[in-house]
Write a protein that binds this ligand. Structure first.
Ligand code: ZN
Length: 331
């Protein structure tokens, strides 16, 4: 697969100094628009030689902290402070973002399960392929924002992964800590196949991701963490001049799969502990009340292990198999 086969074209140059606002143009022929296109906003700020940082939000279309941090930054760039290049794509899965959905309404594509993509595939696969072969290829440091979306709510954390290359793992952890979220997590993925994270890490990039609350909305605190984190990340990567705003960050790890708790049946969920609270193994994390009768007691979901509640199911109803609660421990 080569980048040249991908039908996406950029309206802005990647190799010229200056601040360039434009679009990635993806042809999308359909009933309502025979020669239609999807126009994904992009900003490239370049000033001389130096590293390239690629920053993305909207990988999932119902997460807002990253897009809000990125568009504020692209609207207030001081090019004299830039050394090298910043490529900013605030709404990566743009069709999903326009629809305020996690996945694309066009093809159901979950951008974070679509990598390495396919230049001749679906709309989502074409976007993934363009990132894989064109944008990631230019990047040294990659920051991909996530929040919990409509179905999860997280504590505010920046994360990096355990990697086979320990030098790369340390680089990623340093960039994660520089981001300066209240929590810094060595993250365990339950389903890493097709993730943008994996694609960037496999290419040797310094990669940081986040989870900054969720519920399909945002808050002054979560936005402030996202914005401070972007400035800090760009300074840490050597792309923007400035002083790191250092923050006390609690280090967390997820030692095993017992951190994850899934609903074994459907019903109305009653969370019995708050985010950031500590639980002991065997303690009740949540109750699931049946909604087809008034005379049955709830099913109790008990903690598999000791830990801090870092994420919870957000909506009031759960279905069988939904992720209900996630724990992490100090590390
Ligand atoms: Zn996400």
């Amino acid at each position: 697969m080569t980048a040249s086969r991908n039908p996406i074209t950029a309206t802005i140059p990647f190799d010229q100094d200056g601040i360039h606002h434009g679009h990635l143009i993806l042809p999308w022929s359909r009933d309502e628009s025979a020669w239609g296109t999807i126009r994904i906003p992009i900003c490239v700020a370049k000033n001389g030689e130096g590293p390239t940082a690629l920053v993305t939000g909207g990988n999932h279309g119902d997460e807002y902290e990253g897009p809000l941090a990125i568009v504020e930054w692209t609207n207030s760039i001081d090019l004299e402070q830039v050394t090298g290049r910043v490529i900013a794509v605030p709404f990566m899965n743009y069709p999903a973002f326009q629809a305020a959905k996690r996945t694309s309404p066009i093809d159901g594509g979950n951008m974070n399960r679509a990598f390495p993509g396919d230049p001749g595939g679906t709309v989502s696969e074409k976007i993934a392929d363009y990132f894989q072969h064109t944008l990631l290829a230019m990047a040294d440091c990659v920051l991909d924002y996530h929040s919990g979306g409509k179905s999860l709510d997280f504590i505010c954390l920046a994360a990096s992964h355990i990697l086979p290359d320990k030098d790369q793992e340390a680089r990623c952890a340093e960039a994660r800590d520089a981001f300066g979220a209240p929590y810094s997590l060595s993250m365990r993925e339950i389903d890493s196949a097709g993730m943008y994270d994996d694609a960037a890490e496999a290419l040797g990039k310094t990669f940081v991701t986040t989870e900054l609350r969720g519920g399909g909305t945002n808050s002054p605190h979560s936005i402030a963490v996202a914005r401070r984190g972007l400035r800090n990340f760009l300074i840490h990567c050597g792309v923007v001049e400035g002083e790191l705003e250092e923050v006390a960050s609690r280090k967390l790890v997820q030692p095993d799969g017992d951190c994850f708790h899934f609903a074994e049946l459907a019903g109305m969920v009653e969370l019995t502990i708050d985010l950031e609270a500590e639980v002991k193994a065997g303690e009740v994390l949540a109750k699931i009340w049946p909604i087809n009768t008034t005379k049955r007691s709830p099913f109790e979901v008990k903690a598999n292990r000791d830990g801090l509640l870092i994420a919870r199911h957000f909506p009031g109803l759960v279905r069988e198999g939904d992720c209900l609660a996630v724990l992490a421990v100090d590390g």
